[in-house]
Design a protein around this ligand. Sequence first.
Ligand code: MN
Length: 204
Amino acid sequence: MEKIKTFTLPKLPYDYNALAPYISEEQLKLHHDKHHQAYVNGANAIFEKIDKAHQENAALDIKAVAKELSFHIGGHLLHTTFWENMAPAGKSGGGQPGGAVADMINMGFGSFEQFKKQFTLAATSTEGSGWAALAAHTCIGRPLIMQIEKHNVNVFPNFQILMALDVWEHAYYLDYKNDRAKFVEAFWNLVNWDKVNKNLSLVK
Ligand code: MN
């Protein structure tokens, strides 16, 4: 850590229309350009407030700041993971995992089908706005499913997130209206298992 930085909205690793028909161009553009950008802006505004207070040796309502920051940082980092763990269907997206992810899923869940069922259930049953995520840590030697509320509640500290699925209404409302289950089903056509394998190699 040598230099203080702020967040920038990452470019999507594919075109806005690349995930259609499962996620439409309009839906993806709105989600990335407006919603994800809002979390980037939200975090940066708080960084600015923190830096100013520190420079001026001024008081800071750290309780409020930490809570708000956790929401926006979670939002930014989860969206970044989400974009990267998807790819155009039939190219790098969809199908079943291979390599170490396949082995880990079989070990942790018994079968890919069982994992898919559990992850789908976590996603569809998230109360209000949140995420389903697959995470792992060597301290328990297995993967676990997180059901994250908002962007930051029920997160296991220090676990590596291998893949994430956004189930906020803003992720699917244009394409699927209120049918979250249909969106979750569509997501399986887009999972970039190569990227999930890369994330697994980062597990400590
Ligand atoms: Mn979102």
